[in-house]
Design a protein around this ligand. Structure first.
Ligand code: GZL
Length: 333
């Protein structure tokens, strides 16, 4: 069943018309589901606008709401949980039909989600998961972040072997973490370190959050370079925006990103493909942000009283300098 949903989600994420417009609320039906004589109203609390990935996710949600003719009440929390709590409570007061949100951090949602339950408003977790029982939400649509961390480390170990800097030499790794407490950061780190634990010559000498932004990624990398500049062999960045900021810092420091310092990051946004084609980024693990269609499809099903899977994961691929140029022309974000 899970595989079937993964396939269906891939169809949605790749914009397959069949899946994307499949919901009963497609354009022709004016966004109305059976028993409803008006448009569905969906309240969405987006976590912020911190990265190229986040922008692609927001654009996908807005476009899909149009496509499904659903009235979208959109709020941007600017990466602050208190803004999300306020937004969700305003959705309850407004009596929206359904609520979706991307939790900026994983903890602190029990009370507000219980209020949604009490108000009989279903909730879809988009992109990031939350701590606590999954009875607090109806569905999760996003990526498997731990797997992305594992894929990053697996790629790194294989690549270092391939270029002859593999499992014998001591290799110093620095890590740019995403937002502290965000599932995407926590789980990517868990996956990455789980693999690296099997290779004792890899040593993480510095790790710090760059909050998923280009500017902070650059600032933190500058500090890493100041303290350990010539000792750094590898950078693992939890997203491409921080990796791109770090690349600028490495160049300004006088070392070659992608050669002196091997860099692996996550998201596979356009900027990452451009950096891989320029030779300054070595690999990026995909994390598909085109979540709009499956979110709207799921919202319609929930409101029609149909059952939906509790968790649906997008399929993520690995891109590096060997396949970036070929894939770039057809990338959707
Ligand atoms: C991942 C998402 C992360 C991206 C970052 O699904 O939550 O947040 O990796 C974004 O680019 O800021």
């Amino acid at each position: 069943m899970k595989k079937l949903w993964a396939v269906l989600l891939v169809l949605a994420l790749t914009g397959s018309a069949a899946f994307a417009k499949g919901g009963a609320a497609g354009k022709s039906s004016g966004g109305v589901t059976k028993g409803m004589d008006r448009k569905i109203v969906l309240g969405y609390s987006q976590s912020g606008a911190e990265s190229e990935w986040r922008t692609a996710c927001t654009n996908s949600v807005k476009a899909a709401a149009e496509e499904y003719n659903i009235e979208l009440v959109f709020t941007d929390a600017q990466q602050k949980q208190e803004n999300q709590l306020k937004a969700i409570r305003s959705f309850i007061t407004r009596k929206v039909d359904i609520i979706a949100f991307t939790p900026v951090v994983s903890s602190g949602w029990e009370a507000v989600l219980q209020e949604c339950k009490d108000a009989k408003i279903p909730v879809i977790c988009v992109d990031r998961t939350i701590d606590g029982p999954d009875t607090l939400f109806t569905a999760f649509i996003g990526s498997d972040f731990k797997k992305e961390g594992v894929m990053s480390a697996d790629w790194l170990v294989a690549y270092m072997e391939k270029i002859g800097r593999g499992s014998k030499d001591p290799l110093n790794v620095v890590e740019l973490q995403g937002t502290v407490g965000a599932a995407a950061a926590t789980d990517r780190q868990i996956g990455f370190m789980e693999v690296l634990a099997k290779y004792p010559n890899y040593k993480v000498i510095k790790t710090q959050t760059g909050n998923f932004t280009r500017a902070e990624g650059k600032q933190v990398m500058e500090a890493f370079l100041k303290s350990d500049g010539d000792q750094i062999d590898v950078l693992f960045a939890h997203n491409d925006d921080m990796a791109i900021g770090a690349i600028q810092a490495i160049e300004e420091y006088g070392r070659k990103p992608g050669e002196d310092i091997i860099i692996v990051s996550i998201d596979a946004v356009k900027g990452a493909f451009e950096a891989m084609m320029a030779g300054t980024l070595n690999a990026s693990i995909e994390c598909n942000p085109l979540l709009g269609p499956p979110v709207m499809e799921t919202a319609v099903k929930i409101l029609k009283g149909e059952s939906v899977p509790k968790k649906v994961y997008s399929v993520d691929n690995t891109f590096d300098q060997s396949n970036a140029a070929a894939a770039f022309p057809t990338r959707k974000y």
